[in-house]
Design a protein around this ligand. Structure first.
Ligand code: ADP
Length: 270
């Protein structure tokens, strides 16, 4: 009886080990698939601005050679494609810095209301017929943070709001402050996010079906980078959304008086 017991135990243990191995194998396969998908999406996204860019440069070259008038619009479009390309490459670099724990923060006292206003202004040329509705609070709002990185977070939320909502829609931006937390919210009347995918939005490479199946461009890195930046400021980022009915993204940061001591600096640079 004792011998049988030992045998059963042995078989059970071996079975567990086998299951564990199978599980690890499946996880590794998944990770490889995600990376492969990402590489093909990334190459496509990086290549897309290149074709119009080189066409426009060729047109420009031809006109200049013939001594013809050059339309500044051609140059503007070319610059726009370059900006897009630079943005994608910066996101790739930031994601790999985060992976390596080398995304440096340079925190200082920052006027967050001014930063939001400034970011909205920088999007004037990109907003098409969208309306930005922003009401800054009556008193100045300061946080302890890296202005460059926080602006990147705000820009990402606003660009997503523009990208995933119909032209002409109103994007509502609010800033509320209490003793402990300063909360920024960005609301759009766009395509929304299915509930079962809302948790994953902030994962690396993740693109919800709402975006991937309707061929909106993107690398799925913006929210991943934003979450890292916000959390390293002692804050939190989350979303409330309903499919087809728009989304509201929230960023909560410690109010300056409640902020923790300066953040540890990572090695490396921007
Ligand atoms: P990207 O926009 O480049 O795909 P992000 O990390 O910024 O990457 O966003 C991840 C995913 O979250 C997007 O692919 C999209 O599915 C979803 N998403 C983000 N913002 C919005 C929004 N305002 N409305 C609807 N879906 C959104």
């Amino acid at each position: 009886v004792l011998g049988l017991g030992v045998l059963v135990e042995d078989i059970t243990e071996r079975k567990h080990a086998e299951e564990e191995r199978a599980h690890l194998y499946r996880e590794a396969q998944d990770a490889i698939r995600v990376r492969d998908d990402f590489l093909s999406i990334a190459s496509h996204e990086l290549k897309t601005p290149l074709t119009p860019l080189s066409l426009r440069l060729a047109t420009l070259e031809r006109r200049l050679e013939r001594g013809e008038h050059v339309d500044p619009g051609v140059l503007r479009h070319a610059r726009h494609q370059l900006t897009r390309l630079t943005g994608l490459i910066n996101d790739l670099l930031d994601a790999s810095r985060i992976e390596a724990g080398r995304l440096a923060l340079h925190p200082e006292v920052t006027r967050f209301d001014v930063l939001v206003e400034h970011t909205l202004t920088s999007l004037e040329g990109q907003r098409g017929n969208h309306v930005f509705d922003f009401k800054p609070p009556p008193d100045p709002v300061s946080v302890h943070g890296d202005a460059y990185r926080l602006e990147q977070v705000v820009l990402n939320l606003l660009e997503n709001a523009l990208k995933y909502s119909p032209d002409g829609g109103t994007i509502r931006v609010r800033l509320t402050v209490n003793e402990d937390v300063t909360v920024l919210s960005v609301n759009d009347p766009g395509i929304g996010i299915p509930e079962d995918q809302q948790q994953q939005l902030f994962d690396r490479y993740f693109r919800a079906r709402n975006a991937s199946t309707r061929s909106y461009g993107g690398l799925g890195l913006g929210l991943y980078i934003s979450r890292d930046i916000v959390e390293r400021h002692g804050g939190r980022i989350w979303v409330e959304s309903e499919s087809g009915r728009g989304s509201t993204f929230f960023v909560a940061l410690p109010t300056l008086s409640a902020a923790r001591p300066p953040l540890p600096r990572a090695q490396g640079d921007r």
